[in-house]
Write a protein of this length. Structure first.
Lengths: 115, 109
């Protein structure tokens, strides 16, 4: 693989179900991010990780959890899905968080519908 | 609060020039990014500005004025493939990206 992959590509989920969105990068980037993108709104940061073993909360963390057991993987879990979590979810990575010029590379996204 | 404003939609003609503006109010500033996002795809990096002035990269240029909290993306010699959304994002004092809602650019032949 090259870059960032996400799985699944799309998913329809019943409210109340637990769901994990997977994200893997092969660029050995230190930092990883989860965003949601909703129509008419900018990308909103859910959680981030500056390096393996650490995570932090973004702008809209409620209802979501993450883990960073190693450099490559950064799964996002919805413990009990609600319809307001219907969105397109993007995972991203960057080489560092302390150097401003480092661009973020995005995965192809997961389209999630919660009914 | 933090705020980034850009027009919702713009229309331009193939071969012409278009300027997409972005104004921002953020807690701190560590640079401004422009990304391109085609419908149904992921955002891809276009440019980064941290100092005032114009950065040129082929048909695309990006300008920054930190004192005015203002940036623009200039696209020259427009092609149909430039039809996309253009996202402005500011790196705040915590090195987190704050994103605008994006400008949908429609190119007409």
């Amino acid at each position: 693989i090259a870059g960032i992959t996400q799985a699944p590509t799309s998913q329809i989920l019943a409210a109340g179900r637990r769901m994990t969105l997977r994200c893997t990068q092969d660029m050995r980037h230190n930092a990883m991010y989860w965003y949601r993108q909703d129509l008419g709104l900018g990308l909103r940061l859910i959680h981030y990780s500056n390096t393996a073993g650490t995570t932090g909360k973004g702008e809209v963390p409620d209802g979501y959890s993450v883990s960073r057991a190693n450099t490559d993987d950064f799964p996002l879990t919805l413990a009990s899905a609600v319809p307001s979590q219907t969105s397109v979810y993007f995972c991203a990575s960057s080489d560092s968080t302390s150097k401003g010029s480092d661009e973020q590379f995005f995965g192809p996204g997961t389209r999630l519908t919660v009914l | 609060g933090q705020n980034i404003d850009q027009p919702t939609e713009m229309t331009a003609t193939e071969g012409a020039i278009v300027q997409i503006n972005c104004t921002y109010q953020t807690s701190g500033f560590n640079g401004l990014f422009w990304y391109q996002q085609h419908a149904g795809e992921a955002p891809t990096f276009l440019s980064y500005n941290v100092l005032d002035g114009l950065e040129e990269k082929g048909r695309f240029s990006s300008f920054l004025s930190r004192s005015k909290g203002y940036s623009y993306l200039l696209l020259k010699e427009l092609q149909m493939k430039d039809s996309a959304s253009y996202l402005c994002a500011v790196l705040d004092s915590n090195y987190q990206l704050i994103w605008g809602a994006g400008t949908k650019l429609i190119i007409k032949p």
